[in-house]
Design a protein. Structure first.
Length: 212
């Protein structure tokens, strides 16, 4: 068998799963879990997927483009989870906000590989159009929650809605990254992360004079 025939044979065996693109994305998620979002090479992703080192180039320019696709899918899934939790602000703004916060923490734990690819890969959402759209979609849920909650703040004390959204997001993301993640970097906490986040949000909103 010639070198070319051997290479073709290897590539054919690599396609037994029927969808190389999806196999590479699954491989990237597995490697993110094992090594972190920047701890593996393109060749390792190919090996994890069971294909030749050249095969991934059929679908992705390089490793970073593969990670961007993983992050994009993560943000889309994240947005759906947050939007479902928000439930159009029902039954009331504060309850819906707490539900969004809980969904944020749950995602960080249950979808840790996606969460890490989204926030710890070093890839800026502004670097790729589809990734930015997906990331903005997730933040839009937090912005909508902030907008409705802001209506409960006396006008004289009311910060810009974007500022409130960024403050709420920072609280959720900080607690998720420290205490609610689903990997070895999670720190111990003598209370549930959800309780800590709910208390932090209430203290923040009380400081702004939220009228309940």
């Amino acid at each position: 068998m010639s070198w070319k025939q051997k290479k073709e044979s290897r590539d054919e065996r690599g396609y037994h799963h029927g969808n190389l693109r999806e196999a590479l994305i699954d491989a990237a998620l597995a490697l993110v879990t094992k090594k972190g979002p920047d701890g593996f090479t393109f060749a390792e992703a190919a090996r994890e997927a069971g294909v030749s080192p050249a095969a991934p180039y059929r679908h992705f320019r390089d490793r970073d483009e593969l990670v961007v696709e993983v992050a994009r899918r993560g943000f889309n899934r994240f947005a759906k989870r947050l939007n479902k939790a928000w439930n159009k602000g029902k039954p009331d703004a504060l309850s819906a906000l707490n539900a969004v916060g809980s969904a944020y923490l749950t995602f960080a734990k249950s979808d840790a590989a996606l969460y890490n690819a989204m926030f710890e890969s070093g890839v800026s959402p502004d670097s790729e159009r589809e990734l930015k759209i997906a990331a903005d979609g997730a933040f839009e849920v937090i912005r909508k929650a902030a907008e409705l909650v802001s209506e409960m703040i006396p006008e004289a004390n009311r910060p810009p809605t974007l500022m409130v959204a960024l403050h709420l997001w920072s609280q959720a993301h900080g607690i998720a990254s420290l205490f609610a993640r689903g990997d070895a970097a999670r720190r111990s906490l003598p209370m549930k992360p959800e309780e800590l986040l709910e208390a932090g949000m209430l203290i923040y909103l009380d400081g702004l004079g939220v009228e309940r």
